[in-house]
Write a protein of this length. Structure first.
Length: 476
């Protein structure tokens, strides 16, 4: 039976987008604390039948459960006024979003859904309030407690004064709805003395915040008056909310002290620079796939955020050392296809390789070799799926493309076991066989008595081509 399953949202509504012209049976169940499967027996179940739904028709229905919940809910929070004074002004804002996971009602095993079927974005809301330490313990124990700034909403902005520790409580009351909350908290206070701090990167979380050497590191903080920040023999003047873009280019990996001063107040932070990225290679010439004649100039560069230790080129079995800014003239041993591999390593031992494929052309007559063309089955009927194969090899150069020409139309054939784009049918004789260099294509089914005519054309990497004889397939 086709079915879908959904939960009520935080607003108590459950919505389905249903097809027109059908009737539907709704099975409803209140989510229990002990939850087994969607069709298990619960204390609050209901069935509702809805007649045919017509196009562009929206219906709202209210359904009563057979049994009530029994115990009424008791409101345990008492909302009181927040403190009027305090050493700190706290500003809090939050925004929420929510989603549910929809599942197929039949796809369960031993009380567990086998897989999640889809994520559905739904309306969001969350319960929020502020409590002190004493009332937080009452809240945890399920007792009546005092709180302030009680909100049940998808967004909120509040501010209050405080001089003691407090707890921000975010409670999701919807069992089957995941609520994502984005929170921003800002504290303001009058220190009465000079003060400076760096809050990004936050060294209280990471003892040594680590960055990639060579990157630009953003330092952020606040000072009560004019101050200075020193790092790597550079001094930056700051005041109030400050931000520094520290360029670490040409700095070695290691630990760096960030000294922040404001009046008589001074604080030191430590930031670690590390070589976290491998070298990069740029090849200006030749470009990948280029057809050349004679000698080849290989020109490019290798660079790294810290430094290059070595650069090496591997081509035609020959290994050649290069400079980091390289320009090397290479004489190919003869015509053909070549892969030029350039590798670079840095002082941390990280490596990068770049491969450029080139074709060295030469005077002479070269073209692909179409060794054999055949099709299956040998005696096709109107129920047969006709598959054409061609064994193609390169004379001097590699094969670039093989096509079948049929009814004045060219279609590309694919190299089996190398690029199996097509869906393999059970009757395909090469379905599970590695048979390079055979190319193939499924051309389909045809009416009895028809004759299918085709040719095979092959191209190599320098543009030479070969054309087979014409073949005819008689459909029985």
């Amino acid at each position: 039976m086709p079915s879908i399953w959904n939960y009520t949202g935080v607003d108590g509504r459950c919505a389905f987008h249903l097809g027109a012209g059908h009737s539907y049976l709704f099975l409803l169940q209140k989510d229990e604390v002990i939850y087994y499967e969607p069709y298990s027996i619960g204390k609050s179940n209901a069935i509702h039948y809805m007649a045919t739904i017509f196009p562009n028709d929206t219906r709202n229905i209210r359904i009563k459960f057979v049994l009530p919940d029994g115990m009424p809910s008791i409101k345990k929070e008492r909302v009181v006024q927040p403190p009027d004074e305090g050493d700190y002004l706290c500003r809090i804002s939050f925004k929420t979003s929510a989603y549910q996971i929809q599942r197929n009602i039949w796809d369960w095993e031993d009380g567990v859904a086998k897989e999640d079927y889809g994520r559905e974005e739904v309306s969001s809301a969350i319960k929020f309030f502020v409590v002190d330490e004493e009332n937080f313990e009452k809240y945890r124990e399920g007792k009546v407690f005092d709180c302030y700034h009680y909100i049940y909403s998808n967004t909120g902005e509040i501010s209050f004064n405080t001089s003691k520790a407090f707890y921000l409580v975010f409670q999701n009351t919807a069992k089957r709805t995941t609520v994502l909350t984005n929170i921003s908290v800002l504290f303001e206070t009058n220190t009465g003395r000079d003060f400076i701090s760096m809050d990004n990167p936050w060294s209280d979380v990471f003892e040594k915040p680590t960055f990639n050497a060579g990157d630009t590191v953003i330092l952020e903080g606040i000072s009560t008056s004019e101050g200075q920040v020193e790092v790597a023999n550079k001094t930056f003047n700051v005041n109030g909310r400050w931000q520094i873009y520290w360029n670490t280019s040409h700095l070695e990996p290691g630990d760096y002290k960030v000294i922040a001063r404001c009046g008589d107040f001074e604080r030191t932070y430590t930031i670690k620079l590390a070589d976290l990225s491998p070298p990069e290679i740029e090849v200006y010439s030749p470009y990948d796939g280029e057809v050349v004649e004679g000698s080849v100039v290989i020109h490019g560069r290798a660079y790294d955020n810290v430094g290059i230790e070595s650069v090496e080129m591997d081509v035609a079995g020959e290994k050649i050392s290069l400079l980091k800014n390289f320009s090397y003239e290479w004489n190919p041993p003869g015509p053909g296809d070549y892969n030029i591999t350039i590798g670079a390593s840095d002082y941390q031992g990280m490596e990068t390789k770049k491969i450029v494929h080139i074709v060295v052309n030469a005077s002479g007559t070269y073209k692909p070799l179409i060794n054999r063309v055949w099709f299956t089955p040998e005696n096709p009927t109107n129920e047969s799926n006709v598959v054409v194969f061609a064994n193609v090899t390169g004379d001097m150069f590699s094969i670039k493309k093989v096509e079948i020409e049929m009814n004045s139309e060219a279609k590309e054939m694919y190299l089996y076991a190398s690029n199996p784009v097509q869906q393999r049918h059970q009757e395909d004789p090469l379905r599970n066989i590695s048979n390079s260099p055979a190319y193939g294509i499924e051309i389909g089914q045809f009416p009895s008595g028809s004759t299918i005519r085709f040719r095979v054309r092959a191209y190599d990497s320098v543009g030479n081509f070969a054309l087979s004889d014409e073949f005819a397939v008689k459909i029985l």
